[in-house]
Design a protein around this ligand. Sequence first.
Ligand code: GLU
Length: 513
Amino acid sequence: MTSENVRVRFAPSPTGPLHMGGVRTALYNYLFARSKGGKFLLRIEDTDQTRYVEGAEEYVREALEWCGIEIDEGVVAGGEFGPYRQSERNSFYREAVEKLIETGHAYMAFDTPEELDAMRKEAEGRKEVFQYDSKTRGGCRNSLALSVEEVEGLIEAETPYIIRFMTPDEAEDIVFTDEIRGEVCISSGVIDDKVLVKADGLPTYHLANVVDDHAMEISHVIRGEEWLPSAPLHVMLYRAFGWDSPKFAHLPLILKPTGNGKLSKRDGDAGGFPVFPIEWEDPDSGKVSKGYLEAGYNPQAFLNMLLMLGWNPGDEREIFSLEEAANAFSLDRVVKSGARFSPDKAKWFNEQYLRSKTPASLSSELVNLASERGMNFDSGEAEAILTMMLERVSFLHEIFDAKWLFNAPKSDDFNAKLVRKKWKAETPLYMADLKEMLKSITPFIAEEIESQFKAHLEEKELGFGQVLLPLRLALTGEGGGPSMFEFAEFLGLEKTISRLESGVLEIEKLKAE
Ligand code: GLU
């Protein structure tokens, strides 16, 4: 296949929000297209009106947009193979299915649900499973078993009917190559005469999918493993139409953190992690599920995590930008077995993303997060905060958990246990000396504060632990955090001194209790 004609599609059904597995499918398709200089299409498979969920299509588009997965062709983006919404393409499916009927690959079936049920029950009685196929179709009410007059009569009487695919009379092996799994072979004998057109005149997934993939000149069908059982039928449909079938690649499942079974929304609820890319409000229940966006993930980190859930570059690398991923991606490095999702690893990817950034490059994002919280600071302050905190958080919003960054700790904010352990009778004296020393430092910058601090300890013959931890306690109320020299610079001399004074007073009060 030359690079010019690689065309892949992401074809979600708008039956609910896009799960992270769906985003991964979109991502792999997108990366494959980019790696081959091909096109990435978005087609909406909305033929099943009974499962249609309001807002689901918009959700898909918004989610892909947040991720930065750009659509070359499709709904909204447009293109010469449209329309890209299956509900607008019924004439294509009608024409196609008529061709199948003419060539003897499909037929009309008038069996009522009750009749089918009776046949199922009867087979059960014989400890068998009823399958509508070459062995049974002769005994059913369809255009193969009935006379031409009977069929015409039924149609005239407007009897509802469906159109079924006619599987081969003699079972044969359906063989095709999956780009990930290698050769797949399934006997046509285990496949029933699948419904192609439903009684409402609308196509089923199978018919619409195959007709559209052909019409849209799709070169590779890259989709979830759950569609692997449908692939042999699709291969038979391509043959029946006399069309070349596209190449297939079925992606592995994303497994629960325990490794047992497919990851579901319930696992996310139970484990406190998102399974959707962005927030989803269920139109029926009104229940809101937060997404990766709301959890504080950068889309690049989210995609990086999905990239590594089922693919590896063949070496130790784990961190990829979208562009790097497009250069490195290939289907032959997609794994066959399920990929276990780890919430901790997901978090790790966001940490790695943050670590790769400079404070300056994230400052405007932090300013925005602050103003969402009703706080105001400029990008210079944001940069200073980030310089101290970037290494210490998994998500930018965690910076706001460190309340002492923004306000002097109040009496309840002091870590009482640490105070009890580390604040000695002589500590207030050390703090008083320290205060005087701090006042003499110019310029009041971290480096200078640090060197003067060290000299001061030497002079007083005191250890770091005797002075630095109490200083930290007085300034922040806590026992851990960034460099206190950087923090003092951030506060400035005046605030450092006033926090030190009020901190000592509060801690002494606490000690007296
Ligand atoms: N509409 C199917 C889905 O919702 C698409 C499967 C395919 O890509 O063929 O996943």
